[in-house]
Design a protein around this ligand. Sequence first.
Ligand code: 5AD
Length: 382
Amino acid sequence: MTSFSDSIQQKTDFSVEEICSLLETTGEGNTASLFSHACRVKNAHARRGVHFRGIIELSNICERDCLYCGIRRSNLDVTRFQMTKQQILDAAAWTHKAGYGSLVIQAGERRDAGFIDFIEEMLREIKKLSGGALGITLSLGEQSKDVYARWFEAGAHRYLLRIETSDPELYRQIHPPGYSFEERVACLGFLRETGYQVGTGVMIGLPGQTVAQLASDILFFKENDIDMIGMGPYIPHHSTPMFQKPLELSVDSRFKLGLNMIAVTRIVLRDVNIAATTALQALKSDGRELGLQAGANIIMPNVTSTEYRTGYQLYDNKPCMDENSEVCRDNLVAGIKNAGETVIYGQWGDSKHFCKRKGIESSHDSATVSQLSGHARRLEQC
Ligand code: 5AD
């Protein structure tokens, strides 16, 4: 029986064994007490309320060939697309008008000069159209330090780069030969040095993955002083090499482990932002709302043009494929209200962990984006 005494509430150092035993929590009563403890930690230490980041998946063209991913280069069944400048700006304007406060720009990985310039230009345009008000997160894979710096300078201030697993051997098993775990870790360092709020995360329930590896993932987040976490269950995609690999965990077990990972990450890391990801929703229709109740505080509603959504299937059964941005939002807002949570509009909702490591007081929690101006807003938002 997991019990959360006052002492565990104050606890900040957890061993791998302790984390494993929390991750292995099962049964309704024990799980409910794990989640309610995680939410107490969230309310005490993290950004209050739920913050939305509208996500634009602007292209499925990808140089990489990750063995689990539906848009891997070798998947010739995918019709490749790239949203136009105008389509991206329209989606950004919609996000701003909807009061989401922040935008995530994600795409398959490309390192060519044309793409790098295109993103830089987009960043400047998006900053312009929102008068600097929209916060911008990038999720564009491994790049050079110089490219990260150029995009930061152009207005991005958060970056998501999942480590996928913190176990170098498992990392090797899920990627083609030559993909370097060390280079990926180095990218997290470059991002941090550049000044970004740094996000990472893992897939949960990968073939061969152990609970001890997941516990080490949580300690990896802590040791690397990560500000934001985005993680979700692994979901096989029918035209990837990993589809053939037998899975140890059922859909239900992967879903539950996904929620436990959120709760335990919240308990161990406390003040970071944690997203309730779409992969949770792919396994259960109210998966993201349940993610909030397990300790997450961020949701990334899809604002990609509907015509392109089917082209961005990283895994099978991705939800929200034919819904436009309005419908996506309305369903989500109703679900979040049902879950007893409150959406905060018009704020960046920066990770408190980031604000603390930058030595910034959380004195601007109640300031709205429109009250602040200029480049300094990156820090002001804390
Ligand atoms: N199942 C779950 N998540 C996946 N991702 C890619 N493919 C899958 C899959 N089959 C995740 C990876 C990547 C992010 C953009 O999507 O973690 O970093």
